[in-house]
Write a protein that binds this ligand. Sequence first.
Ligand SMILES: *Cc1c(COP(=O)(O)O)cnc(C)c1O
Length: 363
Amino acid sequence: MNLRIPGPTPCPPEVLEAMAGQMINHRGPEFASLQERVLAGVKQVFQTSGDVMILTCAGTGGLEAALVNTLSPGEKVLSASIGAFGDRLASIAEAYGAQVTRKTVEWGRAVEPEQMEAWLRQHPDVTAVLVTHNETSTGVTNPLREIAQLVRRADKLLIVDAVSSMSSIPCPVDEWGLDVVVSGSQKGWMVPPGLSFVSMSERAWSANARARMPRFYLDLAKQKASQEKGQTAWTPAVSVYYGMDAALPLLLRNGLQSVFERHAAGGEHVRRRAKELGLELFADERYASNTVTAVKAPAGRELGPLLKTMRMERNVVFAGGQGKLSGQIFRIGHLGYFSQGDLEGAMDALRQELSAARAPVSA
Ligand SMILES: *Cc1c(COP(=O)(O)O)cnc(C)c1O
């Protein structure tokens, strides 16, 4: 099966084999050195010398951790959302009592730096800004470097969902001055779901000292203290650590730059092939994502049956649209463990399917 969805992504055989390993004492020396290696690799990918906490949870758990460890109920924050995941980040903040000013752009577009500048000017009283680096629901990558510069200049805490970008497209945490950044093992990291990673800058730790949102399982200070003793606060997903331990050397083998280049080439390939098929891309091409491509439903073909046939007869799995885009777009994942051949195979199959004689959809 050619699994072309934006996570969970296929895993290299080395990773799957490593994950079959026997359990160890998670409070013993073997786990301590395992976590040390994984942490060193994760920090290399985050390009940070600051703290990164590893949590056993889905990406959304990492997002929740980012918020509840840095904010207080009633605190005013600005959410700059460009899709379903941006909306989710705002919803989590609201669930914990933050006073969220929700700013949105038309789905398919990015937050332009001028727009962010204007929002920051309109809302000088917010203390934090929430933004998605790579919006997986629309296939758009925000100009995060420029956004971060503006947020930094305005002296706000910047909380970033980098779940589907970190490890696939450039997101240098220290260089860009990102305060809290979240990713998840099942996206570009080439590892099954189960671990989330949250980086914290010095400013983020200062915010943590004041933050009053309730937290227990996701308490990052607790996890940091445990990590310093070679442990985790709670029983970790040991097998997923094994997977990370096998995946990180593969990811870092030829340098991060080569990983970024492979994803850029993959994104370009999929976009070019989609356009050659006469399909329309959903995202503003200036900000098209190199990890996921959103494509509008082909004219005259109903999307549900098309995706089903692709899966059942051509062994290619694409993702549908999320939320209000359901039935309108489909998404092609090209992140993590993929070869150029995987993408060519998927796009060839799509071409064959689109040119196959099918009964037209009745109006
Ligand atoms: C996948 C994803 C998430 C959520 O991850 P889960 O593990 O499903 O909770 C959050 N944000 C973005 C941008 C994602 O792509």
